[in-house]
Ligand binder design. Structure first.
Ligand code: AMP
Length: 196
């Protein structure tokens, strides 16, 4: 199974991806996680991405497209994958189309978690508090000001990615404001219909 989860930061893509990984034995390809790992490891990509990420801006298309192209070739992605946080621009969506075509692969579904943006800042603050309570480090870009900047970047560059897939009849929208378990059920229904 191959799918894309779309939605603004804090919409629940990461949480739902983890559940899909557990249910379907596919890998979660989160460009945010990969970039954070690159920053932590101090690689050349990490050095380029660090300040951009801390400011809540988007890392360049070239970098993230390169990361995903390499990652899709790894053996564990053969069984299927969930793209979480990619594509975030139309250029990335177009590059993904080319990559998948070259590899002879097709997407089963593109799912957008539709959320009320005014509720997201509160959600992200809760995520930061819960992370702190577990004794784990809180993401620097979960600071309220930076989060607002990430939301602005989403509305400017990423909100048009869903219509890109809608125009091709591939988009399925789910109410991401429902309780987490109901969102999981709604995703399962979409996937069942898509792979039937
Ligand atoms: P995320 O964990 O998906 O919220 O991503 C955290 C940060 O990583 C974003 O705010 C961006 O700075 C960067 N990032 C992640 N994915 C992408 C992408 N597809 N394109 C550009 N920047 C990205």
């Amino acid at each position: 199974m191959r799918l894309i989860l779309l939605g603004p930061p804090g919409a629940g893509k990461g949480t739902q991806s983890q559940r899909l990984v557990a249910q379907h034995g596919i890998v979660q390809l989160s460009t945010g996680d990969m970039l954070r790992a690159a920053v932590a490891a101090g690689t050349a990509i990490g050095k380029k991405a660090k300040a951009v990420m801390e400011a809540g801006d988007l890392v360049s298309d070239d970098i993230v497209i390169g990361i995903i192209a390499d990652r899709l070739d790894e053996p564990d992605a053969r069984k299927g994958f969930i793209l979480d946080g990619f594509p975030r621009t139309v250029a990335q969506a177009e590059a993904l189309d080319v990559m998948l075509k070259d590899k002879g692969l097709k997407l089963d579904a593109v799912i957008e978690l539709v959320v009320d943006q005014s509720a997201l800042t509160e959600r992200i603050m809760r995520r930061a508090e819960e992370t702190r309570a577990r004794g784990e480090a809180v993401r620097k870009d979960d600071d309220p000001e930076v989060f607002k900047h990430r939301l602005d970047a989403y509305n400017r560059d990423t909100a048009i990615v869903a219509p890109y897939y809608k125009a091709r009849g591939q988009l399925r929208q789910i109410d991401g404001m429902q309780p987490i378990d109901q969102v999981t059920t709604a995703i399962a229904e979409v996937l069942e219909a898509a792979t039937a």
